[in-house]
Design a protein around this ligand. Structure first.
Ligand code: SF4
Ligand code: SF4
Length: 731
């Protein structure tokens, strides 16, 4: 070993020892913080699906490749990181000897070939990512930049390190070529040979370059170890467990669907026994999130994909799902020393730690512990109430997040505490909640008018119990029963089912609100009250039937989602379809025949709770395809990336005071297609988009109608103005 190699070996060993010590300390801290969260026993089952999903989403980049160029570039950088870690390991042999290499695989042509090309593509990939970050930097693109609010120096630092490590790899190889110590043929390692041709034959160059490469890598380890909230770097390790523990590992796409039930100490809360002094009602302190919540916050890469899709952020509201996650992460880690010292409030608000336990704590940690989780700037709150209440629960953030963070569950958990314990929520939504409790529907309409929509139809709509047997229970929903526009859809669907000879029955006055608006606003108590009542009624209606024959068709995606995905939490197992799915089937099997194509251009707005939350994208398009002239005109934001109408998450019953109205933004997009018909599959979307069209003074030119009404016009053109349009009874 020459004198240069003695120095390079000592320096490499020293910096590595420091880095490893700091990394072990950082990982222990992170594990301790995540363990502060509440138990969640639902995360460990079905390990095979979990492993499969984790491998598909990481190795296959299934979520990120939807963002084609960025996804491909990131894939090469990720593979480069894994494969080229071997080259960092190899550098430890090279600081000792310029001819050193990895035992066993070092010198193997295949190893040389693979690492060469992964290195080349890694340089291209990181170059693309750097260019994208620079082109989208917040000071240039402002709020439109997905990086607005991200910690930019961390992104630049990580990208610079990746680039430097890759470049150093080629320099090391170049020095080996120049000194004739390189085993791989030119055809397998062309860039290394090209670099070598330009370098002097300096033997120690290999060891010095290897030391620089190790130093850069270890500086990276040291920096991220000193910054445990540096998600842009830590996600390389945390993404694996975060995806493994996602809540629906076997389901296609994201972790949307049923909302998580309200949990206390890892068990779902039953309001018949729950006690706010003993049980946790929602989340009021950051440590009341589950450990998976805290893992979510730690894993955020700050990529801003969620932010770029969020309807609230895109219309000038203070909510960004990314900034919300970052605020919770920073707060959790800043408060952690206090919690780890034994601090925290019990459910009655009493401090758990003794004065002695808190005596030596950092004042900053103590100050952080005093911050309310929800509160405005004046009260030093971590999350502003305007942020919390701006969410429509549209799920665009969850859908886009490459590491499967579950924003909607966290938002609703915080809302639950605000509503149930603090009674603090936008006051205008109070009327809706009172109507739900007292009248069983958000509008406060009399229950005995639930069947008024059937008046004037030229066939009988039977109630459950009035006919011997029925195939489908037609769940009408509150909007479908009481809201004028939605009643047209209800009538159109009933007419089409009758036309196709489908045997169906309604609950009539036996139906009550599904509970969706109560659950999304955070009032789990009212949700459970309504849902239990409906589950009882439905179980009675389907008594004696196996699950496959407990078929329900719903026109409202919120009811469809709640009945199909959430009633199982309360003992109600049903086969629920959306009317567009059933209609698509009836058209495909020839039981409904469109005869007169609807013309004038048609576009389709995907309702969030039908599309993203339940992945029903194709059936409404099939129905429209069968009923319209020419092709369906898609809006730029469609299917998984559809833009919310603004009504979800109980926003339908709250004023929209900040920023541009979400429905107006969506209507502008719909109108930009030139279509004269905007087809929808949800009564709330229908209301919001109609209001938007009218607000733009375009009511004469553009019509917003349900997919079922479009089909009815094509199947029974003689009935236009008849079955669908006749709404003799006001809601
Ligand atoms: S659910 Fe929708 S509105 Fe709520 S934070 Fe996510 S993207 Fe924004
Ligand atoms: S998409 Fe996911 S990882 Fe990216 S910023 Fe949003 S929460 Fe973080």
């Amino acid at each position: 070993m020459g004198s240069v190699q003695i120095v390079t070996t000592i320096l490499a060993a020293a910096i590595t020892a420091v880095a490893v010590w700091l990394a072990v300390r950082a990982v222990s801290k992170m594990v301790a913080v995540i363990r502060l969260g509440q138990p969640d026993p639902t995360r460990s089952g079905d390990k095979i699906s979990r492993t499969r999903t984790m491998l598909a989403e990481t190795a296959g980049h299934t979520r990120m490749l939807r963002w084609s160029v960025v996804g491909a570039a990131h894939w090469f950088v990720m593979v480069g990181f894994v494969v080229l870690s071997l080259l960092v390991l190899e550098a430890y042999f090279e600081v000792v000897s310029p001819t050193g290499g990895l035992p066993l695989i070092g010198g193997w042509t295949l190893y040389g070939l693979v690492t060469e090309w992964i290195g080349i593509l890694g340089v291209v990939g990181i170059g693309v990512l750097i260019a994208i970050r620079l082109a989208n930097r917040p000071n240039r693109a402002g709020r439109r930049s997905r990086f607005t609010g991200s910690t930019m120096w961390q992104g630049y630092f990580v990208e610079a390190v990746v680039l430097a490590v890759l470049v150093m790899g080629f320099l090391i190889r170049g020095f080996k070529v120049a000194t004739d110590h390189f085993e791989y043929p030119t055809w397998a390692t062309p860039l290394s040979h090209a670099v070598g041709a330009a370098l002097p034959g300096w033997e120690s160059g290999v060891s010095v370059a290897a030391l620089v490469k190790i130093s850069i890598s270890m500086v990276w380890v040291i920096v991220i170890s000193l910054n445990v909230t540096m998600g842009v770097a830590w996600h390389r390790f945390l993404a694996f467990p975060n995806i493994f523990f996602k809540r629906r590992p076997g389901a296609a796409g994201s972790g949307l669907g049923a909302l998580r039930p309200m949990m206390s100490d890892g068990k779902p809360l039953d309001f018949e026994e729950a006690d706010p002094e003993k049980d946790q009602f929602g989340v009021a302190q950051v440590e009341q999130f589950t450990w998976k919540g805290l893992l979510d916050f730690s894993t955020c890469t700050e990529c801003g994909r969620c932010q770029s899709q969020c309807p609230a952020w895109n219309t000038g509201k203070p909510l960004s799902p990314k900034l919300l996650v970052l605020s919770l992460r920073d707060h959790a880690y800043a408060k952690a020393p206090y919690l780890l010292a034994g601090g925290g409030k019990d459910l009655t608000g009493e401090e758990k730690a003794t004065a002695a336990q808190l005596a030596h704590l950092d004042v900053l940690a103590l100050a952080e512990a005093e911050k309310p989780l929800i509160g405005d700037a004046e009260s030093g709150g971590v999350i502003d109430p305007d942020v919390l209440w701006s969410c429509t629960t549209c799920g665009a953030c969850v859908e886009q997040c490459p590491v499967d963070i579950e924003h909607v569950d966290h938002i609703v958990d915080m809302r639950r505490y605000q509503v149930l314990i603090e009674s603090s929520f936008p006051s205008e939504a109070g009327v809706m909640l009172r109507n739900l409790e007292n009248k069983g529907n958000p509008w406060g309409a009399p229950q005995n008018t639930r069947e008024d929509w059937t008046k004037g139809l030229d066939f009988e709509v039977p109630r459950v119990g009035e006919i011997e047997d029925f195939e489908y229970l037609f769940w009408v929903g509150c909007a479908g029963a009481f809201e004028d526009r939605a009643k047209k859809t209800t009538r159109a669907v009933a007419t089409l089912l009758n036309e196709a000879g489908v045997s169906f029955a309604i609950l009539g006055e036996g139906e009550t609100c599904s509970g969706d608006p109560a659950r999304r606003i955070g009032n789990e108590f009212v949700f459970q009250m309504l849902a239990q009542q409906n589950v009882e009624t439905l179980n009675e209606a389907f008594e004696g039937r196996e699950k496959a024959k407990r078929k329900i068709v719903a026109t409202c995606p919120h009811c469809f989602n709640t009945l199909g995905n959430e009633y199982g939490q309360l003992g109600g197992e049903f086969e629920v379809v959306h009317h567009t799915q059933l209609l698509a089937h009836l058209v495909a099997t020839g039981r409904l025949t469109p005869v007169q194509p609807v013309d004038g251009g048609v576009t389709y707005h995907d309702p969030c709770y039908l599309g993203r939350h339940n992945r029903v994208f194709t059936p409404p398009r099939e129905v429209l395809g069968s009923a319209i002239q020419g092709e369906l005109t898609e809006m730029p934001r469609n299917s998984e990336r559809s833009f919310c109408c603004g009504a979800g998450g109980a926003r339908m019953w709250m004023e929209e005071r900040i920023g541009k109205r979400i429905n107006v933004d969506r209507v502008e997009e719909a109108m930009s297609t030139g279509a004269r018909t905007v087809a929808v599959g949800c009564p709330f979307c229908s209301t919001m988009l109609t209001d938007g069209v009218n607000g733009k003074g375009a009511g004469e030119q553009v019509e917003v109608i349900d997919v079922a009404s479009v089909l009815l016009r094509s199947v029974k053109p003689e009935q236009v103005g008849g079955a669908e349009e006749t709404t003799p009874v006001a809601g």
